[in-house]
Ligand binder design. Structure first.
Ligand code: PRT
Ligand code: ZN
Length: 283
C-alpha cells in the first residue's frame, strides 16, 4: 500500500483527483473524508490542507503528495520532486502600489513586504543583497499596502486580476510554480514498486494530454510532404487505400496547433480528415 496526500479542497483538489482518475485509479471524491482507499490499486488518499502536505510526506505519514512547488519550497521539507504536473500554474511576485515609480530592485531596500511566503522571499532578498522587513501574514496579503501594514507585497499571481483590483503592480516575478508530485526518501521496495507503476501511468497521461489522433486520406505521392509538415510525426501509420494512388495516414498531432495543421494538410491534398480524442499514449 502506498499513501498519497492531496489537497482536500481548494485549487489543486479537482485536478489532483482528475489525474488519479485518468490513471485509471478509482477513489471516491470524499471531500469530507480524511482518508480514502482506491478501489483498484493499492493506494490510500489522505486529504489535507496544502500547507501540510510537504511536511506530512517528509515525515512519512504519507509516501507521496500532490502540492504546489511554492508550498514545497516554502516549507523546505526534505522531499523529492518526482514529476511536474502542469496544473496550478502561478508565480510568486513582488508587487507595489501602482502609483509608485519603480527604479528597480533597490526600491525594496529598507521597505516592508507582506507575504505568506517569508522563506522564498528571504532567499530572493539575500541573493540580491536587499535588506527589507518581512511581515508574515496569512491570507488577504493584497490588502496590506492599502491597510498601511506594508509598503509592498510578495504573493501568488496568476492572471494578475487581484493585483489590479487592489491598485497594485507586479514588478518582480521571483518564483514560478505549478503542482508537483513529491515523494519521501527511502521507500520500502514494495512502495517503490507501487510508485514506479503509478509514475508509469502518470507519464502516459501527461504524454497524452493536449494531443489528438488524426486520420486522413492522401494521394500517395504527397506522403513526403506530410512528413515535412509534421516533423513531430516520428512514425505515422501509412496504409494503401483500395483506390489506386491513395493512402491513409494516421498520426498524433498537438491540439494547440491542430487547426493550422488541418489547413496545411488540406492544402497538400488531404481528404476525409477524421480527428479523434486520444485517451492514453504509452511510449
Ligand atoms: O485550504 P488550503 O490551505 O488547502 O488552500 P489554500 O487556500 O492555501 O490554497 P489554494 O487552494 O488557494 O491554492 C493552492 C495552490 O494553488 C497554491 O499553493 C498555488 O500553488 C496554486 N495556485 C495557482 C494559486 C493560484 N494559482 C492563485 N491564483 N493559489 C492562489 N491563487 C490566488 C492568488 O493569491 C490571488 O490572490 O488567487 C488569487 C487570484 O489570482 P489572480 O492573479 O488570477 O487574480
Ligand atoms: Zn494553504
Amino acid at each position: 500500500m502506498i499513501r498519497l496526500a492531496i489537497q482536500s479542497k481548494g485549487r489543486l483538489n479537482e485536478d489532483s483527483l482528475r489525474l488519479l482518475q485518468d490513471t485509471g485509479i478509482l477513489v471516491d471524491d470524499a471531500k469530507r473524508k480524511f482518508l480514502g482507499k482506491a478501489a483498484n490499486f493499492p493506494l490510500e488518499v489522505l486529504y489535507l490542507r496544502d500547507d501540510d502536505i510537504p511536511g506530512v510526506v517528509a515525515d512519512g505519514a504519507a509516501d507521496i503528495g500532490i502540492v504546489g512547488l511554492n508550498e514545497t519550497a516554502e516549507t523546505g521539507a526534505p522531499v523529492r520532486i518526482l514529476r511536474r504536473l502542469g496544473f496550478g500554474r502561478c508565480r510568486l511576485s513582488l508587487a507595489i502600489p501602482k502609483s509608485v515609480v519603480y527604479p528597480g530592485r533597490s526600491w525594496f531596500e529598507g521597505r516592508s513586504i507582506a507575504t505568506s511566503y517569508p522563506r522564498i522571499l528571504k532567499k530572493f532578498l539575500d541573493e540580491n543583497g536587499i535588506q527589507a522587513v518581512i511581515r508574515e501574514i496569512r491570507g488577504s496579503v493584497e490588502i496590506a499596502p492599502a491597510a498601511g501594514i506594508a509598503d509592498a507585497i510578495f504573493d501568488i499571481v496568476s492572471s494578475g486580476g487581484t493585483l489590479v483590483s487592489n491598485g497594485l503592480r507586479e514588478v518582480e516575478s521571483v518564483f514560478v510554480s505549478e503542482a508537483v508530485l513529491i515523494g519521501r526518501e527511502n521507500l520500502s521496495p514494495e512502495k517503490q514498486a507501487l510508485l514506479s507503476s503509478l509514475l508509469f501511468r502518470v507519464d502516459a497521461v501527461q504524454e497524452s494530454r493536449g494531443k489528438k489522433y488524426i486520420l486522413m486520406n492522401l494521394p500517395t505521392p504527397q506522403i513526403s510532404k506530410v512528413l515535412e509538415l509534421l516533423p513531430a510525426m516520428r512514425s505515422p501509420t501509412i496504409m494503401p487505400l483500395a483506390a489506386e494512388g491513395w493512402s491513409s495516414v494516421h498520426t498524433v498531432v498537438e491540439e494547440a496547433t491542430l487547426w493550422d495543421t488541418v489547413e496545411k494538410l488540406k492544402e497538400i491534398g488531404a481528404e476525409g480528415l477524421l480527428i479523434l480524442n486520444l485517451d492514453i499514449v504509452v511510449a
